[in-house]
Write a protein that binds this ligand. Structure first.
Ligand code: ATP
Ligand code: MG
Length: 396
């Protein structure tokens, strides 16, 4: 039995004149993700990318798993591919489809003939294939209105395809079509989710992580790299920049009113993230902030943080409850890593009574006392940059 993977576009189909541009991006992404899994032929036609194994040793299971995580596909299907003759189609319906219908009680068949030269009309095709399935599995019943499974038969340009249901794709838009953005990635639950959400809208996401060694541990940084690797399942690859905030935190601790410590630290993080973004052609920042979650995420505090930078700041979790964020974290498999108990730099030297309604003038006055610019230059110059792809990290 020959099987192909069919990846059907989601929103990309609405892209009009830009559609070919997005198709090229998707195709590049698909080929990159198939690396190491064997020789495949890939092509696109009618809003679908086709993946055909060319040798017997291709890892189709892994290819299928990876394709379900590529942004831009609405559905991903493992389809039985046969010659475009009624005989071959009916033979596959009898011999190959039944194993995909175990445990099913009701079904219907939807035939579709894109190639109008095929001798049967779509309704005839559906009826014939339905009959063949019933011959092989007489206990099944046809239910045209509420079937448990819809068997699809599609006569396309090269093959006829049969399958018993498509899997949901990752949705969203193809990676890179929406530009580049810099994610402030902590070890928490929210920022990996925020990165995932913006990557899903077609941005190439890279990350910046701030450590505060030795106040934070090596394991805390390892944990963040682990989170970035988990995101790579969706993004394919990811650059992670690591900047040490230790001296900046010590300076703030020494010089500013404690109530402003966290806010000033966050402004410093935003400035450094913006610098990193501009160096690597990112045109937006992303954070995992959610309105009211902690003192530094009140409306006033977010306003004061935003003023530190000129780039737009995307906060996709802003209107979400923790429970909703956790749900996505579980789906993208970052949750279990996020809850490992390591210190984040934001929890080092935290004040007992942080300002929740800061005034910008007062914030700037305190910031002037700390005189951070030389320390920020130094921290930026010492940044490390890693490339993560699959499950390996390389230092640049
Ligand atoms: P998260 O669950 O993502 O850690 P949080 O609820 O812990 O978020 P904060 O610690 O206040 O919230 O951080 C708010 C946002 O600031 C984070 O979502 C992240 O975008 C950014 N951030 C916090 N700490 C760091 C860090 N050490 N490195 C990079 N970004 C950070
Ligand atoms: Mg955090």
């Amino acid at each position: 039995m020959k099987e192909l993977i069919l990846c059907k576009y989601g929103e990309v189909v609405l892209k009009g004149l830009n559609k070919a541009h997005f198709e090229h991006i998707l195709m590049t992404e698909v080929r990159r993700r198939l690396e190491g899994l064997g020789d495949f032929a890939t092509w696109w036609c009618q809003s679908t990318i086709y993946i055909e194994p060319e040798t017997d040793d291709c890892d189709l299971d892994e290819a299928f798993r990876r394709m379900k995580l590529v942004f831009g596909f609405a559905t991903v299907t493992r389809a039985i591919a046969v010659d475009k003759t009624p005989e071959a189609i009916l033979a596959a319906a009898k011999n190959d489809l039944p194993e995909r219908l175990y445990g099913v009680r009701t079904f219907k068949v939807e035939g579709k003939r894109s190639d109008k030269r095929f001798p049967l009309s779509s309704p005839q095709l559906s009826a014939e294939v339905g009959g063949a399935i019933l011959e092989a599995m007489p206990h099944l019943k046809v239910d045209l209105y509420h079937p448990e499974v819809v068997v699809r038969v599609e006569i396309r340009e090269k093959y006829a395809f049969l399958h018993a249901g498509a899997d949901k794709g990752a949705g969203g838009l193809p990676a890179g079509g929406s530009g580049r953005a810099m994610l402030l990635l902590s070890g928490g639950i929210d920022s990996p989710v925020a990165g995932y959400m913006i990557a899903k809208r077609g941005a190439t996401v890279e990350a910046v992580h701030f450590d505060s060694f030795p106040y934070t541990s090596e394991q805390a940084t390892e944990k963040v790299l682990e989170l970035a690797k988990k995101l790579c399942a969706y993004t394919g690859r990811m650059k992670v920049n690591i900047i040490s905030l230790t001296k900046i935190q010590e300076q703030l601790k020494r010089t500013v009113n404690e109530e402003y410590f966290t806010l000033l630290l966050r402004r410093s993080m935003m400035r450094l993230a913006e610098r990193m973004a501009q160096t690597h052609f990112c045109t937006a920042l992303i954070t995992g902030e959610s309105l009211g979650q902690v003192a530094s995420q009140t409306m006033q505090a977010l306003g004061v943080t935003d003023c530190a930078v000129n780039l737009p700041v995307f906060r996709p979790c802003i209107g979400m409850d923790k429970e909703e964020i956790v749900q996505i974290a579980r789906k993208i498999d970052t949750f279990q890593t996020s809850i490992l108990p390591f210190e984040d730099c934001c929890t080092v030297f935290t004040p007992k009574h942080p300002k929740t309604r800061p005034e910008l003038a007062k914030v700037l006055e305190e910031e002037a006392k700390a005189d951070l610019s030389a320390l920020e230059d130094e921290a930026f110059a010492a940044a490390r940059r890693l490339t993560l792809h699959g499950y390996a990290a390389e230092e640049e």
